[in-house]
Structure formats: C-alpha cells, structure tokens
Ligand binder design. Structure first.
Ligand SMILES: Nc1nc2c(ncn2[C@@H]2O[C@H](COP(=O)(O)OP(=O)(O)OP(=O)(O)O)[C@@H](O)[C@H]2O)c(=O)[nH]1
Ligand SMILES: [Zn+2]
Length: 398
C-alpha cells in the first residue's frame, strides 16, 4: 500500500516536471518567433519578449498589455560594456516612453551604445538601474537557451491586468512558465539524455567509425558521439576529443578559426592511437549560436577581439557547459580519458563531472593570417595552451 502511494507521488512529480519542461521548451520557441511569454515568480507575473528583431513600438504594446512600465533586462556582461562594472548581477533598465526600437536594440547589443542614450549621459541611465528580479533573471536564461541576444524586454503584470493575462494563459494563447524552471533550463539533466540512433559511417581519416546520436530531454539540441574503432580494447585511458560545433570552420573550412583542421586532425589522431571517441557537441560559437557568432565576427572586423565581441552582445567569455559530454561518456561506459585539447576549461569540466583525465594531448590546427588574432586572443584572454601553434610559421592564409 505504502509503496503504491509512493509510486503515485513520484509519478505525479515526474508528470509535473515533464509538463513544466514542455512549457519551458514551448516558451523558448515562442520567444524565438518574436512572441511574448509570461514568467511567474510567486504571485508576480512578468510579460517577456525578445529584443532582437522586435518590431517598432513593441515596448509600448507590451506595457499596454501588462500594465507595468517597460524595461530592458541586461546581463552583467552587457552592463560592464555599458560601463557598469560595480555589479556582478543582471539589472533592469526602465525604458523611456517612445524610445525607438532601433535605440532599444543598440542599448541591448549595439557596438556603440552611446548613440542610443540620446541627450542623457550614461550616468543618468545608470542611476535608474534596479536589480533584476527572479523573473527577469529567468527571462535572460530563456534567451540564452533560445540562442537569442541575452537581453529581455519585460513589463510587470499589474493587478488590474492580471485577470486578462491569466485568461489568455488559460486559453492557451499565451504561455506561462515558472521562473525556477526557466532558470534551470541551461543545467544538464543528468541521466535523461536519450540515445536515439546510430550507424556505421566510414570516414576518410578513419574507416571503422560509428556515429551515435544523443538528444537532450527537451528535444532542443542533439549531439553526436563518433566512436572510432573499439575504445573498449584500449587498455589505457580512452583517446577523446570534445569538439564544439563550428559550421563555418568544420564544414566550409573557414580561415577565421582553427576548427576544421582540429576536427580532421583529431579523427586521424584517434585512429592512429588505435581508437577512441570524438564527441561532436551542439555548442556552435562557444555556446552562443551561429546567429550570434556571425554578429561577433562583424564586431571583430570592427576591431574587437573574440572575447570582447561576445561581451558586447551580452555573453561571457565562454557559454559552454559540458554536463552533456559527461552524460554521453557515461552512456558509453567511458570514465578515464586522454583528452585532445588546448583548453584547460574542458579538462576542469570533465574532472568536475567525475571523468578522470589521465593525460592532455595538444591538438592544433594551422595558423594563417586570418586566424592569428583569434588564436592569440584565445591564448591571452582565455588561457588556451597554444604556444605550439602560435610559434609555428603561418601558412599565409592560403
Ligand atoms: N563566439 C565565438 N565563437 C567562436 C569564434 N571562433 C570560433 N568559435 C567557436 O568556438 C568553438 C571552438 O570549439 P573547440 O575547438 O571545440 O574548442 P576550443 O575551446 O577552441 O578548445 P580546443 O579543445 O583546444 O580546440 C566552436 O564552437 C566555434 O564555433 C568566435 O570568434 N566567437
Ligand atoms: Zn571555428
């Protein structure tokens, strides 16, 4: 009797968890489509919309629907670009009535935000900043998961508007997600990664390969394990490469980075070592997504380095998390590895996830005139161990 009550409770909890996860996932799609969603934190409701691509008068319309004044929630990285370095947390910036959309976007991710401040000084704007609420912070997390610019247009739902908003939520025309669930949507969901399908794919650099596809529980991202040879036969640690997706470099051979060379070199190296695994992770642009990586490239063309460019867009140095890689390794029964990387962050992340990194092996692409500045910035700003490639003669950009 007791155990069936316990079972009922745990299956109800699982159903509730799956329902809210589903809501969060749907909210992310609505935000990507430019629609508003509601974030609930206790009794508070906040109406939220993405900033990028927003149509003219969006702030006024959102405020009219919610009753509260419109504001921009800015990440701590964006705040520091605006000169607000005293806070390590996101903040809310109230928007003046009638602010043009173009200027709102410039505040959120423009290269020269000063132009959007109008006649007021930065100090005037800063004086109006208030700490972000839990719902505001959750809005930023949703934007990140949606691979949108991490800045949110928000308006608090006032009491007089609450019934109308609740009615829209009940009718299904507006989605509402609890702030705690939204805040957790970037965390890994240990043990819930689905192994979906697999096939043999012979590669030029390694003939005996099997591609195994894993899907995250919310269905939003898929990652591939490329198993080369039979790693179980490797007596010592399994040769492993964690490779973050780079469409431009991996597929098109972009000269702006070293990714394509590293990818192919890793496959060849694993093959030479008698087998191992390459995890191809859906972490385009160090986790900011392709749209934002292209924005960051344009900022780099204007003179910023790779770290500062991401920060102008509101991101940190590196937005990747590796819990999904740890889950994939567990699913493959791999616990001791020889990691091919120049990035100390990857070693630390695996160790934190309980994977023993017995050895690090450097893995270089080639240096050219187009990627020299990028590689230098990775070494100097992000601590990547790139002496071996930066000291080599450049191939001149082909
Ligand atoms: N945001 C941003 N991402 C970039 C830029 N250039 C390359 N990337 C991305 O950086 C990531 C590089 O991935 P990896 O090669 O796996 O990792 P790494 O951090 O360089 O470390 P290694 O293991 O030493 O190669 C890919 O997701 C690329 O898309 C850039 O200028 N800006
Ligand atoms: Zn690349």
């Amino acid at each position: 009797m007791r155990s069936s009550v316990h079972k009922d409770k745990s299956s109800t909890a699982r159903n509730d968890r799956e329902k809210t996860m589903h809501q969060v996932e749907r909210a992310i799609f609505d935000l990507r489509r430019g629609l508003p969603v509601v974030i609930g934190a206790g009794e508070t409701r906040v109406l939220v919309q993405a900033v990028e691509g927003a149509p003219e008068a969006v702030a006024a319309r959102l405020a009219e629907r919610a009753g509260g004044k419109p504001a921009l929630v800015l990440s701590r990285h964006r705040l520091s670009v605006l000169g607000v370095t005293e806070t390590k947390a996101p903040a809310r910036l109230p928007l003046p009535a009638g602010l043009e959309c173009r200027r709102m976007m410039a505040l959120a991710f423009g290269a020269t935000p000063e132009a959007s401040l109008g006649r007021e000084s930065l100090a005037d704007w800063r004086a109006r900043l208030t700490p972000a609420s839990q719902a505001d912070r959750a809005a930023l997390v949703l934007m990140r998961r949606a691979l949108l610019i991490p800045s949110a247009l928000v308006a608090k739902v006032e009491d007089a508007h609450r019934d109308a908003i609740d009615a829209e939520v009940a009718a299904g025309s507006l989605l509402m997600v609890p702030a705690e669930q939204a805040e957790r949507c970037l965390d890994g969901t240990t043990g819930m990664l689905k192994r979906v399908s697999e096939a043999k794919i012979p590669l030029v650099e390694a003939f005996d390969c099997r591609f195994i596809l894993f899907r995250e529980p919310d269905g939003m991202r898929e990652h591939v394990a490329v198993v080369i040879g039979d790693p179980r036969k490797t007596a010592a640690a399994v040769p492993l490469r964690l490779h973050s997706a780079c469409l431009t470099g991996d597929l098109f051979g972009s000269l702006r980075c070293d990714c394509g060379d590293q990818l192919r070199n890793a496959v060849a190296e694993i093959e030479a070592l008698g087998g191992g695994v390459l995890l191809y992770l859906a972490q385009e642009g160090r986790g900011i997504g392709l749209a934002n990586k292209l924005r960051a490239y344009t900022l780099q063309d204007a003179g910023l380095d790779t770290v500062d460019a991401d920060q102008v867009l509101g991101f940190g140095d590196d937005e990747r998390r590796y819990s999904v890689a740890v889950d994939m390794l567990s699913a493959l029964g791999i616990h001791r590895v020889q990691l091919m990387t120049n990035n100390p962050g990857k070693i630390a992340a695996l160790a934190e996830g309980g994977i023993e990194v017995v050895e690090r092996q450097a893995l270089y692409g080639s240096l050219n005139d187009h990627n020299r500045r990028y590689l230098n910035a990775k070494a100097e700003r992000a601590g990547h161990l790139l002496d071996g490639v930066l000291d080599s003669p450049a191939d001149g950009g082909r």
